[in-house]
Design a protein around this ligand. Sequence first.
Ligand code: ADP
Ligand code: MG
Length: 582
Amino acid sequence: MPIRVLEPHVVAKIAAGEVVERPASVVKELVENSIDAGASHITIEVESGGVKLVRVSDDGHGIPADEMALAFQRHATSKISGFDDLELVTSLGFRGEALPSIASVSRMSLQSRAAGSDVGYEVQARWGELSTLTAAGGSTGTTVTVRDLFDNVPARRKYLRSIGAEASRIADLVSRLALAFPEVQFRLRQDGRETLVSAGNGNGSDALVAVYGAQVAEGMLPASFALDADGDRLDASGYSIGGYVSAPSLHRANRTYMTFLVNRRLVQSRTLSYALEEAYQGFLPQRRYPLAVLAIEVPTSEVDVNVHPAKREVRFTAEGRAFTLVQRAVREALVGSSPIPEVRFEDIMSPSVSGEAARAMSFFPMTGPIGGSEGGRFPEGPTGEAQSRDMRTRLPLLRVVGQIQNTYVVTEGPDGLYLLDQHAAHERIVYDRLVGKSGAGRQPRPLLQPQTAELTASQEEMVRASGELLAQYGFIIEPFGDRSYLVRAVPEVAAGADPSRALVEVLDLAAQQGGLRDREDAVTASIACHSAVRAGQALTQREMEELVLQLEEADNPHTCPHGRPTMVHLSAHHLEREFGRR
Ligand code: ADP
Ligand code: MG
């Protein structure tokens, strides 16, 4: 085929793939335009996870009639006029790509009335083809309607997840936007139900209440970088930070509750999340994560916003400075709230010792020859004698020696040392009781006093998508208005835990497990994970013996429901070799 220049509509469709990954990206681009237009009220309506409909209406300054068609042209923007402007850009948009990209993969309508004009206009775009401008009513501001997203790009459509999953991404995004722009009132309506309304009064803590509920908001500490006596920033370079982070008693099972803004742009940044997590070192139990909304301001010339097609990432000229900023602000907030951080085992253990020991252990995973669906997931390798034994059905008899790091149970078996991960092992036990034939673990255990749980919009979407499964596995809950739910019963395996916390955590874990084979797996594995004894928890000798006995009963004792090993083995042979006895 000779080289040729692609038709503009083909180019647009290709480019759309970068800007518009999924319905939530449409919401993001449209809301960003509304914010850039100075809107103070933004309403987002979504149907069927945004695949059928996304409509964003704002009360911003609108678009003059003679510019409406232009807005659909590629690289047409009112926000920059030359490359140098990029260094100074303060608007969220700057590429002029969103409207044409979305238009090329949907049926779209743009309705707008510019400030100072008495009439509004509408223009429609059908798979990129523009209609002529017609007069339309409406007050000052803009409404963009996007229907049937990706109907003309089946390949793209295939990559979308379930409607529930897409809906919950949108809820998550709008929640973050509401946290990021507390001065704007956001209203999110999903399939006719209002799932989020923020105050829009400029108060960050009110935004937290709207998004996470009053209980969580109360557990958040203000964090900011200190000012000196004259009110000047200590950091002379003009870097500053403000926001909220969770008190040490408030934490979550995953990182989804971290929201970072750089010059008011929502960004995902490993550096910043790492800085945040590091600052909590010693304050949180293992594998628990803080909640945070942190807004960093840096001079526009020190940050490149043009590095990601969907503008999700930025590049700092001085990344280390941003890192330090997060750490100092968070650390200050935490130390102020609880002056004696707990010192944990790994902090005092020399890294070379623990590293070496870990490497020696990992030569002998016990997960090699297991049959069934878990089989073959771990690489063959030098698994030594463990390989030759048939461990399909039974564990060797194990004698409990003790516990280390409140996380691992040390046992002795017929061939050396067996180290159990107490959480993974217990997770397996609970999981089997939950899904096993007897069904004992999934019996609802009614609460004497029903408890209320406040859910976030995305947790609520998970309830909507998986409500029946939750009930089937013992969670009896009912709506209690305004994103509150009454928890009436919890699964037997989760009895004893705080019921509303159990629900929230199971919903979060389930949302995180998108990769599992199906939703039922996600729900059951999440209940098991929540109900299992945690790493970091001290166990009595009896409890450890019980754990080992129960693990021996499990169908698949060598892996947890996620497929991670429950134990590692250090063989007698290996010990002898290490100590030079052979
Ligand atoms: P960009 O935001 O990068 O400029 P877009 O394709 O998103 O590009 O939008 C193109 C132009 O359309 C914007 O520059 C702006 O002038 C106008 N526009 C889009 N949405 C709105 C809105 N909600 N209110 C006012 N103007 C808008
Ligand atoms: Mg834009």
